[in-house]
Design a protein around this ligand. Sequence first.
Ligand code: AMP
Ligand code: MG
Length: 520
Amino acid sequence: MKFNIKNSFINQLPADSKTENSRRQVKEACYSFVSPKKTSNPKLIHISPEVLEILGLTAEDANTEEFLNIFTGNKILDNTKPYAMCYGGHQFGHWAGQLGDGRAINLFEVEHNNTNWKLQLKGAGETPYSRSADGLAVLRSSIREYLCSEAMHYLGIPTTRALSLALTGDQVLRDKLYDGNLEYEKGAIVCRVSQSFLRFGNFEILSARQDFKTLKTLVDYTINTHYAFLGKPSKDVYLKFFNEVANRSLDMVMHWQRVGFVHGVMNTDNMSILGQTIDYGPYGWLEGYEPSWTPNTTDAQHKRYRYGAQVDVVHWNLFQLANALYPLVNEAEGFEAILGYFGEQKIERYKAMMRSKLGLQLKDEKDAILIQELEDCLQLTETDFTIFFRLLADFESEKYAEGFQLISEAFYTPKIITEAIKTRWNLWFLSYAERLKRETISAKARKKQMNSINPKYVLRNYMAQLAIDDANKGDYCLIDELYNLLKQPYAEQPEHEKWFAKRPEWARHKVGCSMLSCSS
Ligand code: AMP
Ligand code: MG
């Protein structure tokens, strides 16, 4: 196995001068050197063939003892120096100080096809940033991250990738529901892959500590490495950089809204500087359309990170990033203009996204009303978000009176639907049919366009949970089945039709299916 190894991050950025693995505040540095913990009986459960390929590796490479040892923490390649990054963050609206890679260890960089990839083990043991925790990850949360990050990629959503999922052979103690019931679970490690794992929090911590020298070094590195097309770092380019991060973050969150993905913990330490979806914890997928829904039980009271708030949260998080970058520019106007524009764009982009979900190509002033009415209708009775939009692609304007019947499979409790609800829906279908008449593309072309952005298959929480239950018993077939299913989320895949279904009733209140804590 041959990697084209690079160490640009550690070569260009300042390291923590201490090298012992003890919890501490790390100043004037971007990371600390630390080795992964040895694992007792590692076993690979799944490997992503496509991620292997982007790294220039083959299936034969992955089938070696060396591969197993590297990606479970038991072997450190020559000329590599694993490290954990220092970052801070705003958690649930409050500045939390230093956080950092508490259980993620970056192994090395691989350059292939002119792209530089960072490879990182999640769950590989303690680091200087582990605070009071153990640096480990359990199998259930690792399966969730592994499957979902790849699924997001195939949905066309910017995300970190996952190369491998492995058992460590070690036991990990967890309080799954934060209710005092500790249990041993199987330990696991995911190898994540991205061009950068930098978060808003990497910049915030340096600014909060008024370490503007390191801040400038890190921002310049980020621009030169990931945003070089903006030009050489300068005050003007810092603003352009911020603008680019804002645009990418808006793109990302619009995709989330489009597919019904709820991240669950949108703290600034979980916001990627590349605008990628990062840190898959207590995330979930909308089943019944419900803007106030969050899968994260830790956030059940205030629902700060609910589906309907995600775009605003990105905006809020960008304010924090602007504050962090401000000392490099020392003028607020530029940041304010970008943030103000984001405020306008988030409304426009949302409308455009919903229009595309409805198969509307042209702009119409009254679309906002059509969209609002639809959102209201979707909440009259529990209505599956994914199934609704997929069925809607078959709507025919001439047969608008059949619209209600067409989408009725999306209703969770069809028996209790009143005449009043049906009337509201019929009115909406009538407006939709009228609106479609102004479109110029054929019904067939519209269906194709809608089905290319309204997924048929998403990783519903109960699906991940079924794979987890099997895996805990040593059966990994479902992981592979879901992995393959979710590679083509927009395709019909008739052989997989059973996954085009509403959440089953047994999953409604089951832990892992409707309720998830941050324990992982
Ligand atoms: P999160 O919001 O879950 O992504 O993580 C918040 C912070 O907690 C980050 O600094 C993580 O590295 C850290 N963290 C989460 N789980 C663990 C763990 N088991 N051991 C050490 N640090 C952890
Ligand atoms: Mg995190």
